[in-house]
Design a protein around this ligand. Structure first.
Ligand SMILES: Cc1cc2nc3c(=O)[nH]c(=O)nc-3n(C[C@H](O)[C@H](O)[C@H](O)COP(=O)(O)OP(=O)(O)OC[C@H]3O[C@@H](n4cnc5c(N)ncnc54)[C@H](O)[C@@H]3O)c2cc1C
Length: 402
């Protein structure tokens, strides 16, 4: 990837070229009336440290707000029909979803009631969520210990593992073919007009000043740094999340749903007798942008004992690989922040996705492209996610955040 943009002026500059930046860029090329120039600036084209490369790669419809359910339903449709959605070219892969479902486990009545309320919302949106008693759970998945469990909730339709990297690669390749420019560089400065109401240009690390009509902040956990270049605050910070892949001496005899233990530890099927597990420390501070150090105590003293209690067959397991990644964690209400800034009108957000951004990338990219290019949403109305809710202090209450 080249460092230097071909032009000195673009209609839209996207800061960050991982899954959100790539999705937005590709959906911009889908807007019929738009033939403007789009530049995507990505500081690390190896994508080694971005959230997109550290994910669990799953999608679910078990959310508590109708809009979040619809967003994931579009993800399922996009993934299963990607060839069709992307124009049918031969190189576009056919993908599927391994629908083993997410199994939420409640160990008290309060949380069971949340699951019951959530199920009503999900069913109303057409999701196939089922509530399960401990006996029903045990019958369907004999490997669980359900001694402390009051209720389970699972959806086996379009909920489970999918290949986020394949979608990400396809968006980048297709966007490039359609004229979007990707450069390997870093945005280090943003200049506004004299009144401070509009961004005029971005400055790259290599010194070029690029004028732009609009800017999109798709910087993942670094969202706040990019915003602050424009004098804007956003309540998003990097929070560390650990992942482990392990093999079991006695693999389970059926697919393990992505199980959310009441402790917050989660584990899922990974294929071939291996499983992927995730967790974080009880104290969960913002971390340095470059801090990806593992904490081995968490596995030994927290995660593994929880796994072995929930699934006794996981007493004998062997860690094969492990890594730490960052959530772009929205401390205001744990939900996406999108749309324009309320004062700097051509500065747009696509930030704060915590642990559900991969599955939100199709709908978020599409919505952002519609809004930035046409000035309005033509598919899903995403305005509840707009930045102004932070200014107005009206959080979105989403009860199903992992
Ligand atoms: C452990 C873990 C598990 C997860 N599991 C799931 C899951 O199962 N399902 C799900 O839906 N989501 C999941 N997520 C969340 C999902 O991975 C993220 O929400 C999503 O990848 C966010 O994509 P992004 O493009 O916004 O951010 P990122 O992938 O972090 O990309 C941001 C990019 O911006 C670039 N950048 C930053 N600043 C600049 C700058 N100034 N100039 C140029 N480039 C810049 C960075 O280099 C980076 O490549 C998980 C996340 C983690 C960490």
């Amino acid at each position: 990837m080249t460092e230097t943009p071909e032009h000195s002026s673009y209609d839209i500059v996207i800061v960050g070229g991982a899954i959100m930046g790539a999705s937005a860029a590709w959906f911009m090329t889908e807007q019929k009336a738009f033939d403007g120039r789009v530049l995507v600036v990505e500081k690390d084209p190896s994508y080694e440290k971005c959230s997109t490369m550290h994910t669990n790669s799953c999608m679910r419809q078990q959310f508590s707000t109708p809009l979040n359910v619809k967003i994931s339903q579009f993800a399922a449709d996009f993934v299963k029909n990607m060839k069709h959605h992307m124009g049918g070219d031969e190189w576009i892969p056919e993908l599927s979803i391994r629908s083993f479902g997410y199994m939420y486990l409640a160990d008290n009545e309060d949380f069971a009631n949340v699951l019951r309320d959530n199920q009503k919302i999900q069913l109303a949106e057409g999701a196939a969520t089922q509530l399960m008693t401990p006996d029903e759970i045990k019958q369907a998945y004999p490997f669980y210990n359900v001694d402390d469990i009051v209720l389970g909730s699972i959806n086996l339709v379009d909920e489970g593992l999918w290949d986020g990297t394949a979608v990400f690669d396809a968006w980048r390749k297709s966007a490039r073919q359609r004229g979007v420019e990707f450069v390997s560089n870093e945005v280090v400065g943003i200049t506004k007009n004299a009144g401070g109401t509009l961004v005029e240009s971005v400055t790259l690390k290599t010194g070029e000043v690029v004028s732009c009509g609009k800017v999109l902040n798709a910087s993942g956990p670094r969202a706040v740094r990019t915003s602050q270049m424009a004098g804007i605050d956003i309540p998003v910070e990097p929070r560390k999340r650990y992942s482990w892949i392990f093999s079991a001496e006695q693999p389970l005899d059926r697919d393990l749903p992505l199980t959310i233990d009441p402790s917050g530890v989660h584990v899922r099927e990974n294929g071939g007798g291996t499983y992927q597990c995730g967790g974080h420390s009880d104290i969960d501070p913002a971390v340095d942008y470059d801090d990806f150090e593992m904490d081995h105590d968490i596995w030994q003293n927290h995660v593994w004992p929880i796994l072995a209690t929930r699934i006794p067959q996981f007493e004998a397991i062997k860690v094969q690989s492990e890594w730490a990644g960052h959530y772009a964690y929205n401390t205001f209400d744990h939900n996406a922040v999108m749309g324009p800034h309320n004062e700097v009108g051509n500065f747009y957000f696509l930030n704060g996705f915590s642990g559900h951004g991969l599955q939100q990338s199709p709908a978020m990219g599409r919505g952002t492209a519609e809004l930035m290019v046409n000035g309005k949403y033509s598919s899903l109305d995403m305005s509840p996610f707009h930045y102004d809710r932070i200014v107005n202090k009206t959080p979105i209450i989403e009860k199903a955040v992992i």
